[in-house]
Design a protein around this ligand. Sequence first.
Ligand SMILES: Nc1nc2c(ncn2[C@@H]2O[C@H](COP(=O)(O)OP(=O)(O)OP(=O)(O)O)[C@@H](O)[C@H]2O)c(=O)[nH]1
Ligand SMILES: [Mg+2]
Length: 285
Amino acid sequence: MGQQSVHYFPGHMSKALEAMQNYVKVVDLVVEILDARAPISSQNPILSRVIGSKPRLILLSKTDYADPEVTKQWIAYFANEGITAIAGNLKKEKFVNLLSKASIPLLTKKREKEAKYGMKPQPIRVMVVGIPNVGKSTLINNLKGKKIANVGNKAGITRAEQWIKLNEDFTLLDTPGILPMNYPDGAQAVRLALLGSMREDVLPTEELAIALLGYLKENYPNSLEGRFGLKEIDQYLGEEILEKIALVRGLLEGSSPSIERAAYLLIKEFKDGLLGGISLEVPHA
Ligand SMILES: Nc1nc2c(ncn2[C@@H]2O[C@H](COP(=O)(O)OP(=O)(O)OP(=O)(O)O)[C@@H](O)[C@H]2O)c(=O)[nH]1
Ligand SMILES: [Mg+2]
């Protein structure tokens, strides 16, 4: 995937980061949401620093878009690092029981402290963090069982923190997505753009489509069969594939196939999960 380094850090993110540094002091648990398709690229080292030694639970979202085998490998990878990770489709599966169960072992210190002082178990305050568009607000709606936080398939929907009382046991804090300040590895910026976590105009669509095709050729050579009838795309150049997509879908510029419109369509179909379960990163052995 592309190699040039990218710098992009909007002002509302630096404000949010500052606020989070205060909130982290009063919460009991941090749920860090990562996109199951690229858990390393969607992990922000700045957030890890803010979380510090707070109990942390990783939630891999959008598993319906990811390669199920690879998602299993990621859960094993995090377990191996000593981190509890849960995974699923935030739009379909109910997370309330899964989350309460997974958080019990992470809260033993808090419970022991309360017991020591003869206190009843106190409600848990959970801060939900992650880069833009990974599903933080969707998780909150999922847990609450109704729409109370705004969601949308583009980066930067949530602009300010919001406390939400889930029930007598849990209070949640929704936070705005925060991106890393720069990407020494241009390939990471490409992945984040493909996940919809970076604003669309940061990388040119055609470049993004060619990078995606390079990856699909190597890892999922038949992923364009269902949508575009193209088999074994590894035998073609990226531009040739875009031209074929343009022809199949009748995307023309004058009377010639439009590479640009094909690139736009391909990216959109990938973002909408229409190409099937595709993961952009696998754990290193
Ligand atoms: N298919 C699928 N879509 C999801 C899932 N989780 C969230 N989404 C969609 O992803 C998009 C982003 O979700 P949000 O909850 O707004 O993401 P966010 O992390 O709050 O984003 P910001 O507020 O911009 O930081 C929305 O279109 C959601 O419907 C999932 O597990 N599967
Ligand atoms: Mg949000």
